[in-house]
Design a protein. Structure first.
Length: 299
């Protein structure tokens, strides 16, 4: 750091330059300003580099957990379906090392545990015997063309932390079948796996899109708004965006809903509701046994 800091005419404080061996310099004031004002924050730095493993942000961890924990299917018991998130999904027996990593997917007609006894390390379609029935992708900067394919438009670009749109460095459309280059996600879900329901959500824009397989091709289905809500008729369940609290965090979350629009409950909420019902029954029984009114039970 310079021994005698120059005076900044636009500030009440002298300003010095802290210079690192790399040549990078950071303006310093006397007294020093807080790091939030002088050093890069999480909003200034990329949360991931496209193609690298791992999750791009905390939302990509919490949202799939919520989807799995609140899912209930009318026609399937809990041991007849599996949900995965950020799990390798192998889809082509001719190219056994090709895989995609959906942010969240649901497979029905398969046991919760692999072979009924083991946790899955990945989901290998030619071993499972069932392809995913629902896939959900959560957009992040740079993945939009890969996730949306031919449905991608300029309005779908997710701004990065510095406000710059970062397009995926590959074509939105995938190479033809038989090419040595792996196809895009949308192409795999549509042509390889024939996933009946493909949903894409952009948290920055709060836009939910629903693609249904019709005659072997995806067609965009209408989404009710506001709030955004898609209906999956064959599963008798809907997916919508609603304000709520999960893991102590209040905000907009994708949540499953019933035909009347009521939100389904997470496992924790179901347990809490059961405890409250049990407590109410105990109190009601106590009230009857005492044979008198108690203002505490009057609402």
């Amino acid at each position: 750091m310079n021994a005698v800091p120059p005076y900044n005419q636009d500030s009440r404080w002298p300003v010095a330059m802290m210079t690192f061996t790399t040549g990078h310099s950071i303006p310093q004031t006397v007294p020093p300003r807080p790091p939030r004002e002088t050093l890069p924050t999480m909003y200034d730095l990329p949360s991931e580099s496209v193609g690298e493993p791992g999750l791009p942000d905390e939302f990509h961890d919490l949202q799939p957990q919520l989807l799995s924990r609140m899912l209930t299917l009318a026609d399937y018991s809990r041991d007849q379906w599996f949900t995965g998130s950020d799990l390798n999904l192998y889809y082509d027996v001719h190219y056994p090392r090709w895989y995609k990593r959906p942010d969240w997917f649901l497979a029905v007609g398969v046991p919760r545990l692999y072979d009924g006894h083991d946790l899955r390390r990945s989901y290998v379609t030619w071993q499972e015997g069932q392809n995913p029935y629902v896939v959900i992708e959560l957009l992040s900067p740079g993945t939009e063309p890969e996730d949306l394919g031919r449905f991608y438009g300029a309005e779908d670009a997710v701004a990065s932390a510095d406000g710059i749109e970062e397009p995926w460095p590959m074509a939105a459309e995938s190479p033809p079948v038989g090419s040595e280059q792996p196809p895009s996600k949308l192409t795999v879900y549509e042509q390889w796996l024939r996933v009946p329901h493909y949903l894409v959500y952009s948290r920055p824009t709060r836009r939910l899109r629903h693609f249904q397989l019709v005659g072997g091709r995806y067609q965009e289905a209408p989404v009710q708004a506001p709030p955004p809500q898609a209906w999956l008729a064959d599963l008798q369940i809907g997916l919508g965006l609603g304000l709520g609290r999960f893991e102590g965090i209040a905000g907009d979350w994708l949540r499953w809903c019933s035909a009347d629009g009521g939100w389904l409950l997470t496992d924790t909420e179901q347990e809490q509701q059961a405890r409250e019902r049990a407590q109410a029954q105990v109190l009601q029984a106590a009230k009857k046994s005492t044979g008198h009114r108690d203002e505490r039970w009057i609402r």
